[in-house]
Design a protein around this ligand. Structure first.
Ligand code: TYM
Length: 341
């Protein structure tokens, strides 16, 4: 009965969105411009589910204290970037046990060869050969469970996660064909601007959450003076023209950051800096990043002053997510043939 009521209350036309972010390292300007900034606006058009993917965080070694702090910080940051918990379902992945359960079930509909081909698995295995654990291998299946539990139509992600969304579609198709239509077919969506923000010190590498030491990453919670220092040191290219080009990865990255931070196109950004020197240009990009991040940091600081309030938000998010997730999970158990109580 409860299920029926819930279904009737779900507006038919609004599409579902699901996305998540891992609480590893320190969230960067790349995460913000490539993902979080858009998430905060999506509820106007879609029914949105956003999670802190804490279960995904333990595939690489992490200290308990660090994991705990990262989770609280990221949850508060998501609220601070504009994901209003009243208008979105915002929750911690591990607070909804259905994620781990569905992930086990989906393992049996995922081929070893398919998971072996994942670029991220290969990269991370190379980076930490001493800890190539089964969780790291299984990571995209858990991600598929995240998406499919909510019958998501749209999955906003940066380019680096598209391959995982494709695998999710493969798994969903296999399951739907083997039994009967069960999962909605999700579509990965990469933002037009900022889909791939690169490191400031090595513009051929992604701006990563764990690359703090070398000033290559701007963190969302960095102080303005640190942000400016990093931009001033940003690697540029030969030549003097501020123009996006394949042989100018440094300048292209800075233009991308500027365009995403100010909400203009790459071309508009190029025009603005047509007569600027590299040094002036870097300063202006730094200022744009500082201004984009300032309100986020201020809201974040206010939220972190009250741990109890943060826990209450987590609890209510988990309850809302859990209700929807358990509906899908129950369907899946039944279709496979489990005896249910
Ligand atoms: P994660 O935590 O690495 O990153 C979160 C989101 O930020 C995007 N992103 C970037 N975009 C542009 N430039 C960058 N330098 C940059 N770095 C990161 C990522 O593409 C991602 O969209 N496995 C996922 C989390 C996850 C998930 C899911 C995502 C778990 N379950 C289900 C979608 C659906 C991850 O590690 O993202």
């Amino acid at each position: 009965m409860e299920n029926q009521t819930l279904q009737q209350n779900t507006p038919e036309k609004r599409k579902r969105v699901f996305s998540a972010i891992k609480p590893t390292g320190n969230p960067t300007l790349g995460n913000y411009l490539g993902a979080m900034k858009y998430w905060g606006k999506m509820h106007e058009e879609f029914d949105c589910f956003f999670a802190v993917a804490d279960l995904h965080a333990i595939t690489v070694a992490i200290e308990p204290k660090e994991l705990r702090e990262n989770c609280k910080r990221l949850f508060a940051l998501l609220v601070a970037v504009g994901i209003d918990p009243e208008r979105n379902v915002l929750f911690m992945q591990s607070h909804v046990p259905a994620h781990a359960e569905l992930s086990w079930l989906l393992n049996n509909y995922t081929m070893f060869g398919e998971a072996s081909r994942m670029t991220q698995f290969k990269d991370k295995s190379k980076k930490a050969p001493e800890n190539v654990n089964v969780g790291l291998f299984d990571y995209p299946v858990l991600m598929a469970a995240d998406i499919l539990l909510y019958q998501a139509d749209i999955v906003p992600v940066g380019e680096d996660q598209m391959q995982h969304v494709e695998l999710c579609r493969t798994i969903a198709t296999r399951f739907n064909n083997r039994y009967s239509p069960t999962f909605a077919m999700p579509e990965g969506r990469v933002p037009k601007f900022g889909a791939r923000i690169h490191s400031l010190s090595d513009p051929t590498a992604k701006m990563g959450k764990s690359d703090g030491e070398n000033d290559g990453s701007i963190f969302i919670l960095d102080k303005p003076e640190d942000i400016m220092r990093k931009f001033k040191r940003a690697v540029t290219d030969s030549g003097r023209e501020v123009k996006a080009a394949d042989d100018k990865p440094g300048i292209t990255n800075l233009l991308t950051i500027y365009a995403a931070a100010c909400g203009v196109t790459l071309e508009q950004a190029e025009n603005e800096f047509a007569s600027s020197s590299y040094a002036d240009f870097k300063l202006r990009v730094g200022e744009a990043a500082i201004e984009a991040l300032r309100p986020v940091r201020e809201r974040y600081e206010a939220l972190r002053r009250d741990d109890g309030a943060l826990s209450a938000l987590m609890r209510s998010g988990a309850e809302k997510a859990g209700r929807i997730a358990s509906r899908t999970l129950e369907k899946v158990y039944k279709k496979i043939g489990f005896v249910r109580l």
